[in-house]
Write a protein that binds this ligand. Structure first.
Ligand code: ZN
Length: 272
């Protein structure tokens, strides 16, 4: 599943290729994604792509007073292709620019494409955006705000991270990695974390996501298509996928436990 760093790298790739260009045409081959792709999407033909932004795991393409909001769901990718190139299976939507096109490929179709007024995007009033927590790499995410968001919460620290209420875009892998780095046991009740725990966890979230984006960014420069190399992000894990292997910080052995139906990796030796 694409996590926030992959989405951010995708955003940069789309921005790098198409910002400032005029959208020539939109083709929807399969409108039945997570939600129906709006017919009005094709009305954007002739508009200029002003900027490509990101909110949580949504890529937001601004065309004047309208914004196209793309979510990659479980298996989606946005790729840059030559305008003439043959359609791949599961290519559902195409935005055609001069010479090149952006295509959404999504085998499982949990992704989505929405069209909204720029003011609803900015005010975050659109239903897809209304209940999102703060951006992990934005100014609204502070140790103090994060500490407050944990108060009175009986759910586990890991579940709180995945819920998106305290901070958005921290998926399963990065939640495991951030909790390890902060030396916080994933199953601890969020409301019982100390201020110091929250401060460490806050820094760990920012660092883990920032480093993943940096690694992805260094691969982005070299390739035309935005997809393809994204799996490389996940090879730099301290705990995720390392069950039974030695801890990188203490003498412990990494354990795997299923919490809320998700594999959770942690070190019982040094995460408390
Ligand atoms: Zn350890």
């Amino acid at each position: 599943m694409p996590e926030l760093p992959e989405v951010e790298i995708t955003r940069r790739g789309v921005a790098q290729h198409f910002t400032g260009q005029t959208l020539l045409d939109v083709t929807v081959r399969q409108p039945r994604l997570r939600w129906p792709v709006p017919d009005s999407l094709s009305s954007l033909a002739g508009a200029r792509l002003d900027s490509v932004e990101r909110r949580s795991k949504y890529v937001a393409m601004r065309f004047g007073a309208q914004v196209v909001l793309v979510h990659l769901g479980m298996s989606g990718t946005l790729k840059v292709v030559d305008a003439q190139s043959a359609w791949d299976k599961h290519d559902h939507v195409q935005w055609l620019f001069e010479g090149k096109a952006l295509r959404l490929n999504d085998p499982r179709r949990f992704g989505s494409v929405d069209l909204l007024a720029a003011r609803d995007y900015e005010a975050q009033t659109h239903p897809r955006l209304a209940s999102l927590g703060p951006e992990p790499l934005g100014v609204g995410f502070t140790p103090e705000q994060f500490f407050k968001a944990t108060r009175g919460k009986t759910l586990s620290a890991k579940a709180l991270l995945l819920s998106g209420a305290a901070v958005v875009g921290v998926g399963n892998i990065y939640a495991c990695e951030a909790l390890f780095r902060a030396a916080v046991r994933p199953g601890r009740a969020a409301g019982r974390l100390s201020r110091a725990d929250c401060t460490r966890l806050h820094s760990a979230i920012v660092a883990v996501l920032g480093e993943a984006i940096e690694r992805g960014g260094s691969t982005l420069r070299n390739f035309q298509a935005i997809d393809g190399e994204l799996g490389h992000f996940q090879t730099h894990c301290d705990v995720y996928g390392r069950e039974g292997q030695g801890c990188k910080r203490c003498e412990g052995v990494i354990k795997r436990r299923v919490m809320n139906q998700r594999s959770t990796f942690y070190c019982p030796g040094c995460q408390r």
